[in-house]
Design a protein around this ligand. Structure first.
Ligand code: TYM
Length: 327
């Protein structure tokens, strides 16, 4: 049994890329492993958030986790800001990480470019908080999408460095990225990943999109002029749609290709929109039911956060001793 851990930012709506890249593999991992899964609200504030919206997004993310099958009886489900050891360890790791290591992070470079003068120190430091998230819990495996690989590698480097300088303290984690689905691409631009911060809502399928909206988004998704439904990496638009279809309808690529021999993209997209509706509508019903019971959601997060604090504190006691501040 290995220790798995993953987390999602409660910033805006969660999309199909988040589900395929991170939530689904986490749900699967619960069967035979120990899972820790949390809402990283202190990561979300690395770009300015409105307090009321942030509160609602924390509840939404929790409801989505539960509706997708995260079982709080098996999995430690909690809220990052309720476990102050995360920010404490982030500070200690800040004193071991080099500026140049953070300057190399591609996600920071992309986001910083988009924000110009308004880049906050928190955004720069965000991978260190993520390393603390991971290292506090002796994590073996971190299921994430491809875009987070570099951050998990930084967590590995910081663990190895700390162990070398202060004695064996942290487990060195490894990223687990799906070969198919680790990078779901934008519907309007299949050269870029699907992202909640994309300029256009046509870029992503939100897990909360209604039937009509998701049908329109799929029908207008970018493809190519070849007209042949296939998984072919030289044709990123149709390959992305085939990938999504294969995951939500649980069909192989070969089967999908066979089913559409002699048919056009129009038929395929219609069926994909239908498959997504069949997948998302029952999920949305469950999400709504959870959101109607806000007190229950808060109770689940609070109970998980108490357990997480105990576990994280045990680790921090060792860390404080190792660096010499525990008298
Ligand atoms: P976040 O909130 O941006 O994304 C959550 C998860 O969704 C994955 N993902 C995707 N997977 C496939 N295709 C896509 N288009 C796509 N877009 C997003 C992300 O890779 C991620 O796994 N820093 C993290 C959150 C975090 C974390 C952690 C993750 C904080 N601490 C500790 C793991 C372990 C983030 O911002 O993810």
């Amino acid at each position: 049994m290995s220790k798995f851990l993953t987390a999602i930012q409660p910033s805006g709506l969660l999309h199909l890329g988040n589900y395929i890249g991170a939530i689904e593999p986490a749900v699967e991992s619960q069967q035979e492993n120990e899972l820790r899964m949390f809402v990283v609200d202190y990561h979300a504030i690395t770009v300015p958030q409105k307090p009321d919206e942030l509160r609602q997004n924390i509840l939404n993310a929790t409801a989505i986790y539960l509706a997708c099958g995260i079982d709080p009886n098996k999995t430690l489900l909690f809220q990052q800001s309720q476990v102050p050891q995360h920010t404490e360890l982030a500070w200690l790791l800040n004193c071991t990480v080099r500026m140049s290591e953070l300057e190399r992070m591609t996600q920071y470079k992309d986001k910083a470019k988009a924000r110009g003068e308004n880049v906050l120190v928190g955004l720069f430091d965000y991978p260190v908080l993520m390393a603390a998230d991971i290292l506090l819990y002796d994590t073996d495996v971190v299921p994430v999408g491809e875009d987070q690989k570099q951050h998990v590698e930084l967590a590995r480097d910081l663990a190895i460095r700390f162990n070398r300088d202060f004695g064996e303290t942290f487990v060195v984690p490894e990223p687990r990225i799906k070969k198919v689905g680790g990078r779901i691409m934008g519907l309007d631009d299949p050269m870029k990943k699907m992202s909640k911060s994309a300029g256009s809502a046509k870029n992503y399928i939100s897990l909360l999109d209604d039937e009509e909206t998701l049908r329109k988004k799929i029908m207008s998704a970018s493809t190519d002029s070849e007209g042949k439904v296939a998984f072919d990496e030289s044709r990123p638009g149709i390959t992305n749609l085939v990938t999504i279809f294969s995951i939500v309808a649980k069909k192989s690529f070969e089967q999908i290709e066979l089913d559409y021999v002699g048919k056009g993209y129009g038929d395929f997209k219609k069926d994909l929109a239908e498959a997504l509706t069949l997948f998302l509508m029952p999920l949305q019903t469950k999400i709504k039911t959870y959101l109607e019971h806000e007190d229950e959601l808060i109770k689940i997060l609070n109970a998980g956060s108490i357990r997480a604090r105990e576990e994280a504190e045990r680790k921090m006691e060792i860390v404080r001793k190792r660096i010499g501040v525990k008298l």
